[in-house]
Ligand binder design. Structure first.
Ligand SMILES: NC(=O)c1ccc[n+]([C@@H]2O[C@H](COP(=O)([O-])OP(=O)(O)OC[C@H]3O[C@@H](n4cnc5c(N)ncnc54)[C@H](OP(=O)(O)O)[C@@H]3O)[C@@H](O)[C@H]2O)c1
Length: 438
């Protein structure tokens, strides 16, 4: 008789029901890979009256904390989402010596410090592969496979909903509300899409990636976050004229021993791998001093892809002889120091600036004067056809800081040169004729 591994599952929604389905479907493979029978003893849900597809013998409860207190349950799988109840459950489970598997990036970004510290103290494992980029095995990649590297940068498309919206705007010329509505109709965006389109979801994931890449706590609240809400289709169109796509990027880099990180829409040349990630897909690009550049691509969400990552963690725990026993959750020796932060405004890159001005003689000279005073030089300038005396001007700058760009733009707004606020995006990689990759 194979040894049993008894688990409690909190949440039977998209991911939880996918986990149950794959545990049944892949039962024989799981047994062959681990030599153990993974048995769900209890599942916790909010609404006990909903119909559920569960194997015989699974108890259903609405008392989620009972999973943490049940001495028979060896691993608690948290798939509820949210940070309040989930935090109580996870902390209590760890306190009681249980390992935890979770897909909850918000929880680990906002409360990771205390959760990992307690797990270290109690010598239990936290599996969180599903929390970043769904099916893509980026957590194990950073924690184990690339552990021999000094990581210099991690960047990625970490939110499938935003990427789907941007892809639709780019490929079909949709405006933002139309692309969002389509994503909602397809079930790719929530009724309240704020977490996705305002960049918070990607920021939660980036916080976890920074911890794994550098062994530093980067406070989530200090991350610079900008989303794609209301993105103007004009910018998609103009970016294309420079051979670029606009992508919502989560990026963290090491610059002179400090970490510069943020989530923001950026222009990328269309030949770059990240620029070519379309639809609801996610991708992560990691650079390490031994491995060079590594690119991972796959589905970042969904019932089965996310369950795949949850199962990977569960099987890794099942393979260990005991159910618990590893404080090695961040991939670094705890306690982790705080990250030294390079403010995003100080980061250097080329910029795209779209300004709308009145079509009068000398306006370009006035703008150029302000940019020059802020030490910004232009790589390219594009003037579009005027509409009702208004003319859009596109500036592609050489490398400069966000601070310089925002100061110049603010000055031009205050002087009345700009008719509407300028749109400014960073450019990542080359937006010239030369392709950097592939
Ligand atoms: N969906 C994805 O593709 C995906 C991808 C990666 C990561 N994640 C993460 O996975 C987690 C779960 O996401 P999901 O999409 O599966 O969520 P979901 O579909 O909304 O399901 C949530 C489940 O948790 C239950 N629940 C919520 N609060 C509870 C409480 N206080 N007590 C007991 N049960 C409670 C709900 O019960 P009822 O069924 O009774 O409502 C439901 O079964 C989240 O952290 C999410 O960020 C999701």
């Amino acid at each position: 008789m194979p040894q049993k591994l008894c688990i409690g599952v909190a949440g039977l929604g998209t991911v939880g029901s996918g986990l149950v389905e794959m545990l049944i479907k892949n039962h024989d493979d799981i047994l062959r890979r681990t030599g153990r029978e993974i048995v769900i003893k209890t599942a916790a849900v909010h609404d006990l009256s909903k119909k559920r597809e569960l194997p015989a013998g699974v108890a259903l409860t609405s008392d989620v904390m009972s999973l943490a207190d049940d001495p028979d349950i060896q691993i608690v799988v948290e798939l509820m989402g949210g940070t309040k109840a989930a935090r109580h459950l996870v902390m209590r489970a760890i306190e009681n010596g249980k390992s935890v598997v979770t897909a909850n990036k918000a929880l680990l970004a906002e409360h990771g410090r205390e959760i990992f510290a307690l797990a270290q103290k109690k010598n239990v494992a936290i599996g969180y592969e599903a929390s970043v980029a769904g099916a893509i095995p980026i957590i194990q990649t950073l924690k184990n496979s690339l552990a021999g590297n000094h990581i210099t940068s991690v960047m990625g498309i970490l939110n499938g909903t935003s990427n789907y919206i941007l892809s639709e705007m780019n490929q079909h010329g949709f405006d933002f509300p139309t692309a969002l509505r389509e994503a909602q109709e397809l079930g790719l965006a929530e009724a309240d899409p704020s977490l996705d389109i305002d960049g918070q979801d990607a920021a939660h994931k980036l916080t976890l990636l920074i911890r794994l890449a550098w062994g530093r706590n980067y406070p989530f609240s200090r991350l610079a976050v900008e989303g794609i809400r209301g993105l103007n289709p004009l910018d998609i169109k103009f970016a294309r004229e420079f051979g670029c796509r606009i992508k919502l990027i989560g990026q963290a880099r090491e610059v002179d021993g400090k970490i510069e990180a943020g989530v923001f829409p950026a222009l990328m040349h269309h030949t770059l791998l990240l620029a070519r990630v379309n639809g609801a897909y996610n991708a992560v690009r990691v650079e390490g001093n031994a491995v060079g550049s590594l690119f991972l691509h796959g589905l970042g969400a969904g019932r089965r892809p996310t369950a795949s990552a949850v199962l990977g963690d569960l099987l890794a725990l099942a393979r260990r002889s005991a159910e618990n026993g590893s404080g090695d959750n961040t991939g670094f020796v705890d306690p982790l120091p705080d990250a030294e932060i390079l403010p995003s405004e100080e980061a250097v890159s080329p910029w795209y600036v779209r300004a709308t001005v009145r079509d009068t003689p000398g306006v370009l000279r006035d703008i150029a004067a302000v940019f020059t005073e802020e030490d910004i030089s232009f790589a390219q300038i594009l003037q579009k056809a005027k509409e009702n005396d208004r003319v859009p001007l596109i500036f592609m700058t050489h490398e400069t800081t966000g601070r310089a760009i925002h100061t110049a733009v603010r000055r031009l707004e205050q002087s009345g040169t700009l008719l509407v606020p300028a749109t400014c995006f960073r450019i990542l990689g080359s937006c010239g004729d030369e392709a950097e990759e592939i």
